[in-house]
Design a protein around this ligand. Structure first.
Ligand code: NAI
Length: 331
């Protein structure tokens, strides 16, 4: 099958080609899929896209006109695809439901530790031959209460790691599995209780209509003063402007982000020679207790290999006219 692979990054090119091993003709396109770039898919049967590509109704209509029958996502999340329209047009969509929950969970904990122990500041100081310690005091993770919002694949790995640190664990999930309370030594509570009682709060839910801005002013007001908030899931789970107010009032003591609600057109790209136009992220970057990475939680060699292998498998299953277990359907 000839496939237009949008948003191809240097870090995945070779892995994708090797995983395909000639099974599919991959047309590697650095640009993200959008109304402006959709014509690059001409002559292909399938497109492959990543987290910030635009597969909204207008783009899907154009893809359909070009004869595209399949979309294979190189991600787990699919909030950027209008599934109902794809279904109506008969375009099949498949994703990579699981490639390494460990990669994302470990990055989540890396953000927690780097913020807590002020590793970036410490590193910069030492490189400046300043070996003093004032201003670098952290806290013991042991004995602190960590609240996990969304106890799915990634949330469960985070729980296991934090159990190792000796944290007390709270979790909230619309489908609480009672066996997990014992297995992971945690208590399921409602989100209000979790916000009230946690020293650290970490988000691991998909972005849906219900979870958009799940962290907002009301919830921040409920939180402990100095709370650590971590988001490695999707940017719009938190209302960034409310979080900035929370940082200014010192209610939020630490903020770790791997995702940002306006990351499209910003993350994954080099804007270092331009004037930054986004005042919200610019404000976030002024806080000494904010650490931002640009959607790299998934970026391990294991995860990249799994993403490439599953993507090629999804294409092969579609090419064989079969339906894929990784297909995304309307509920
Ligand atoms: P999953 O589907 O295994 O787990 C999600 C959990 O969230 C489920 O248990 C679900 O019941 C729960 N949930 C749904 N609505 C909720 C609500 N209102 N409140 C609390 N919990 C709720 O998904 P997985 O694999 O753990 O991934 C979670 C998210 O992480 C993905 O949706 C994606 O957005 C993000 N992600 C981020 C990556 C990165 O590089 N930063 C990479 C991979 C995933």
């Amino acid at each position: 099958m000839k496939v237009a692979v949008f948003s191809t990054h240097l870090f995945e090119k070779t892995i994708l080609q090797q995983a395909s091993n000639g099974k599919h003709e991959l047309v590697l396109i650095p640009a993200p899929l959008s109304v402006a770039s959709v014509m690059l898919a001409q002559g292909c049967e399938a497109v492959s896209i990543f987290v910030n590509d635009d597969a909204s109704e207008a783009v899907l209509q154009k893809l359909n006109e070009l004869g595209i029958r399949y979309i294979v996502l190189r991600s787990a999340g699919y909030n950027n695809v209008d599934i109902a329209t794809a279904d109506k047009l008969g375009i099949k969509v498949a994703r990579v439901p699981e490639y390494s929950p460990y990669a994302v969970a470990e990055h989540t904990v890396a953000l927690m530790l780097a913020l807590n122990r002020k590793l970036i500041k410490a590193h910069n100081r030492v490189h400046d031959s300043n070996f003093t310690l004032d201003g670098l005091t952290g806290f013991d993770m042991h004995g602190k209460t960590a609240g996990i919002i969304g106890l799915g694949k990634i949330g469960r790995v985070v729980a296991k790691i934090l159990t190792g640190f000796g944290c007390h664990l709270l979790a909230t999930d619309p489908y609480p599995n009672p066996n997990l309370e014992k297995e992971l030594n945690l208590s399921f509570v409602d989100i209000d209780t979790l916000c009230l009682r946690s020293d650290i709060i970490t988000l691991h839910t998909p972005l849906t209509e219900e979870t958009k801005y799940i962290i907002n002013k009301k919830r921040i007001d409920q939180m402990k003063k100095g709370v650590m908030l971590i988001n490695t899931s999707r940017g719009a789970l938190i209302n960034t402007r409310d979080v900035i107010e929370g940082l200014k009032s010192c209610k939020i003591g630490y903020l770790g982000l791997d995702v940002y609600e306006e990351e499209k057109g910003l993350f994954f790209e080099d804007h270092s020679t331009e004037i930054l136009q986004d005042d919200v992220i610019a404000r976030l970057m002024t806080f000494p207790n904010v650490l931002i990475t640009s959607h790299q939680a998934f970026l391990t060699d294991t995860a990249l290999q799994n993403i490439a292998d599953t993507t090629i498998d999804n294409l092969s299953v579609f090419a064989a006219g079969k339906s894929s277990p990784n297909e995304v359907k309307i509920h």
